[in-house]
Design a protein. Sequence first.
Length: 273
Amino acid sequence: MSSRRKSGSNPYKSTMITLFELGNYLSKLLNYPDGPVEKVDPYMANGLMVKGKEEIQKIGFGVSASLELFKKAKEENCDCIITHHSFSLPEYNGYDPIFQSRMEFLIKNNISLFGFHFLLDWHPILGNNAQILKKIGAKPKKPYLFYGNPWGWVGEFGKLKNRDEIEEVLKSFLSPRIITYHFGENQIRKVVAVSGKGAPHASEMKDLIKEKIDLYITGEVHEWNRELFREAKINFIAGGHYHTEVFGLRALMEEVKKKFQIEVTWLKLTNDI
């Protein structure tokens, strides 16, 4: 730690870390051991995206980077922001007004931005999907391959768990626009969690049947999912892209706070989708 805490009503008032310390810690904590993350997730940042001031006293956490989120971070006097979705670089070498305005705001206000997309879905402890399984009392057993890469997790309950009980546990955490399909058995053993835009395509359904999955949890739903799950006789929950990707960031926020004893804040910009 780069500076000592002083006594006072706010225990984090004078705590400071460097951007290097934070970046190095996050890199090690969320390390993916099976190869270059860029090959798995080439379009969205998994690490530092914008460099601001070298000294950090307060960190803001939020699901998706946007100008509105950055303004909230400035109002909260954050020196650094950590998101799940940072923002993609323009696809061509030309003027992009949204990209420029976002970059301009961060640079002008000397605020750093980290984004952890794949790394915060995949992670076996702090990831969105591992945390969803933990919340409902299931134990992560193995990665779930989505588009050939381990974006999700397969979990199991030690003993059969009632589907209604699972939904009751999740209800307060998920979107008010939650979609559920009760097409499988009411007693659940095996569950898949793939947060965000993780609804399966038709070609993946045979694997779910083969694995004897009882419940599939994701964020968004495709039009074709309802009849596929009906025919597969598997239960389905789409709890909102935003809401299913709060889990990992919340867990990461607590880890950072515990590690550095630094002030952290949740930048609330809820999206029901």
